[in-house]
Ligand binder design. Structure first.
Ligand code: PRP
Length: 176
């Protein structure tokens, strides 16, 4: 059976410190107004859970699940909504929470899909961003960490469905 030992790339402590800073910036930006936080499943569940605990605003939590069939070179049309929010976004402050922006296909498409619902504001928080892989420029309003082009797992991110439960972001080293 395959055996991998995850190596820590971003520690639990560093994630917590960064989340404190992001939550503070979000709290200040919305100045007491209600926000609708959209957690994009599955990868963002842990980041979103920790982030909303630190945001000092009235929050409504929603979930979306998307599927992507693109190869990253073509734009929208390849990203499909598998599970949608239940809340009407018209006139609301909306904060999308993602685990990673890689090619940017998923988020550029999702932002387009949500803009037409006429939110009052539409912002994006992402724990990770891989600039070297980016093909579809997307503004990340609240970014945790820029990372190199490594296959990352843990803190919500998976490899073949596994490792999401790790409390840190790691990389896999085969054969250790
Ligand atoms: C990941 C991540 C983003 C997307 C980013 O989701 O959560 O949604 O890929 O990639 P992109 O910038 O190249 O579009 P994934 O498809 O792995 O689903 P999961 O969150 O359920 O694991």
């Amino acid at each position: 059976m395959e055996h991998f030992t995850p190596e820590v790339l971003i520690s639990e402590e560093d994630i917590a410190l960064r989340i404190d800073a992001l939550a503070k910036a979000i709290t200040e930006e919305f100045n007491g107004e209600e926000i609708i936080v959209i957690c994009v499943l599955k990868g963002a569940f842990m980041f979103c859970s920790d982030l909303i605990k630190k945001i000092e605003l009235p929050i409504k939590l929603e979930f979306m699940q998307l599927s992507s069939y693109g190869d990253g070179t073509t734009s929208s049309g390849n990203v499909k909504i598998e599970m949608d929010v239940t809340e009407n976004l018209n006139g609301k402050n909306v904060l999308i929470v993602e685990d990673i922006v890689d090619t940017g296909l998923t988020l550029t498409t999702l932002l387009e899909m949500l803009k037409v619902r006429s939110p009052k504001s539409l912002k994006l928080a992402s724990l990770l961003f891989k600039p070297s892989r980016n093909k579809h420029p997307v503004t990340i309003d609240y970014l945790g960490f820029e990372i190199e082009d490594k296959f990352v797992i843990g803190y919500g991110l998976d490899y073949a469905g596994r490792y999401r439960e790790l409390p840190y972001v790691g990389v896999l080293n085969a054969g250790n």
